[in-house]
Design a protein around this ligand. Structure first.
Ligand code: TYM
Length: 331
């Protein structure tokens, strides 16, 4: 049986990118694997949320997880900060990580560009903490979107380096996982190549958006003035509409609009109406569950308490082994 782990930072509501990048594959794996899904609250501190925002976001993300289909009877759902063992593993791994390699990580360089006034050490060591989340459970597979690929590569590097240093085959080398082989990147409605809450609220569709909100956002999505010849390449914005359609619509629907495009008679208004309908059909049941879970505080607390108990059993064992391997032993 494989161990599968994934996580999401609580920086707001979950959007379609989070769902198709990380959750969907994980949900499909719950029956046959040992599964952990967590809320990466330590990681979200790199952007300095207010205390109120942080705790509200943790609750909202948990609600979105459950509404989207994570089943606490099949997987363990926990909050990262309920597992302090990851901090110890992160510290221990960091002794064998080079500052230069962390400075070269694409997500770090992007943060330096985006938030030059807040280049904190947590941003630099982010991949070490992420590797610890994964290695603490000795996970085999990590369902994530395309943007996390480099972090998984680093996780394997750190694991292999630890194994080499101590001459032991202790850590497995986990892979970024998607059933369809290629990791996914869901684009934004504003023409950007990645749906992301940090860019522009209207470019994001949240799992907890009401049908009316979804329709409004999709109808406002950026498009272009249409192809002039059948060979006119699609603009990024139109490419994005097709990618979103591929995620939520039937292959026949996608093919219909492909044909319309290549026959130069596509009407983006019609395409967006169809896209909105298909997103709503996918998201409406999730939205209903979100509404019913919001009041169930006791249940939500139980879910993460049970998840943390199980996750800690696993984590304690790893820390005990790692201490022993490193030489932190009773006198
Ligand atoms: P985060 O919170 O940025 O995103 C959570 C998950 O959603 C995926 N994702 C997307 N996938 C496709 N298209 C998009 N537009 C899109 N936007 C987000 C991300 O790839 C990710 O899988 N570092 C992680 C959190 C983390 C983690 C971990 C994940 C911390 N420790 C250990 C897995 C294992 C992050 O910032 O994800």
């Amino acid at each position: 049986m494989d161990t599968v782990l994934s996580g999401i930072r609580p920086t707001g509501f979950l959007h379609l990118g989070n769902y198709f990048g990380a959750l969907k594959n994980f949900i499909k794996m719950q029956d046959e694997n040992r599964c952990f899904f967590f809320i990466a609250d330590y990681h979200s501190l790199t952007t300095h949320p207010t205390p109120d925002n942080l705790s509200i976001n943790i609750k909202n993300v948990l609600i979105d997880y459950l509404a989207a289909g994570l089943d606490p009877n099949k997987c363990d759902i926990y909050v990262q900060s309920d597992l302090p063992e990851v901090c110890e593993l992160s510290l221990l791994l960091s002794m064998n990580v080079h500052v230069g390699e962390l400075q070269r990580v694409a997500s770090f360089k992007e943060k330096v560009r985006r938030q030059p006034n807040n280049v904190n050490a947590g941003l630099l060591t982010y991949p070490v903490l992420m590797a610890s989340d994964i290695l603490i459970h000795r996970a085999d597979k990590v369902p994530v979107g395309k943007d996390q690929e480099q972090h998984l590569e680093l996780t394997r590097d750190f694991a292999q380096r630890f194994n080499n240093l101590y001459g032991i085959n202790y850590f497995k080398l986990p892979v970024a996982y998607n059933f369809g082989d290629n990791l996914i990147k869901i684009p934004g409605l504003d023409g950007s190549t990645k749906m992301s809450k940090s860019d522009n609220e209207t470019s994001c569709i949240y799992l907890s958006d009401s049908p009316e909100v979804i329709r409004k956002k999709v109808m406002k999505a950026v498009s272009d003035s249409g192809p002039v010849t059948p060979e006119t390449p699609k603009s990024q914005a139109v490419e994005n509409l097709f990618s979103l359609m591929q995620a939520v619509s039937t292959p026949e629907t996608v093919q219909f609009f492909e044909d319309e495009y290549h026959q130069c008679r596509i009407r983006y208004g019609d395409m967006k109406k169809q896209l909105a309908t298909d997103i709503i059909q996918f998201a409406a049941p999730i939205y209903e569950k979100v509404l019913s879970l919001r009041e169930q505080n006791d249940y939500l607390r139980e879910v993460v308490a049970q998840g943390a108990t199980h996750a800690r059993e696993n984590a304690r064992k790893t820390i005990k082994d790692v201490r022993e391997i490193i030489g932190i032993r009773p006198l």
